[in-house]
Ligand binder design. Structure first.
Ligand SMILES: O=C(NO)N[C@@H](Cc1ccccc1)C(=O)O
Ligand SMILES: [Zn+2]
Length: 159
């Protein structure tokens, strides 16, 4: 199917809204360039996830990309998943505490409680709507990235 035009939600900062204006839909070539830039930035820092606001783009776009690397040697392998307008549909009651770091909070780790299982609805990079269940470390990354879209970093959740 041809790539559908998915309106990507913009984050609240009115001052920055105009810069986000340029990347307002999944059919915009600037969006594909931004996704590729996020992947490069994330890999350059041995990240396993990244959110667009971390590179100054106030739009609802994250990438979840768990893989074993020097910073997270036990991380499971997965294909990187860009998510437009990610939305948590449901979650387990069960939470698990695990160590997290953040590319925007360099040099520290914290023990953060996260839901063990979540169901997420998001647009893929072509604007197709997807629903997927994530568990354990990958579910942790998703929750960490969605927090960034709501102005939260992991240190806000350390108990
Ligand atoms: O800062 C980011 N993403 O926003 N990157 C984090 C992602 C992350 C999330 C949860 C647990 C471990 C790691 C990183 O250290 O690669
Ligand atoms: Zn982060």
């Amino acid at each position: 199917s041809n790539s559908r035009r998915l309106e990507i939600l913009q984050l609240g900062n009115p001052r920055l809204r105009d810069t986000a204006q340029a990347i307002a839909s999944s059919s915009d070539p600037a969006l594909q360039a931004l996704i590729d830039q996020l992947l490069v930035t994330m890999h350059a820092s041995n990240g396993v996830g990244i959110a667009a606001p971390q590179v100054g783009q106030p739009i609802c776009l994250v990438i979840v990309a768990s893989r074993p690397n020097p910073r997270y040697p036990d991380a499971p392998e997965m294909e990187p998943v860009p998510m437009l307008n990610p939305r948590l549909l449901s979650h387990s009651d069960e939470t698990v505490k695990g160590w997290e770091g953040c590319l925007s909070v360099p040099g520290i780790r914290g023990l953060v409680p996260r839901y063990r299982e979540i169901e997420v609805e998001y647009g893929d990079r072509h604007g197709n709507l997807r629903r997927q269940v994530f568990t354990d470390f990958v579910a942790r990354i998703v929750q960490h990235e969605v927090d960034h879209l709501n102005g939260l970093v992991f240190v806000d959740r350390v108990e």
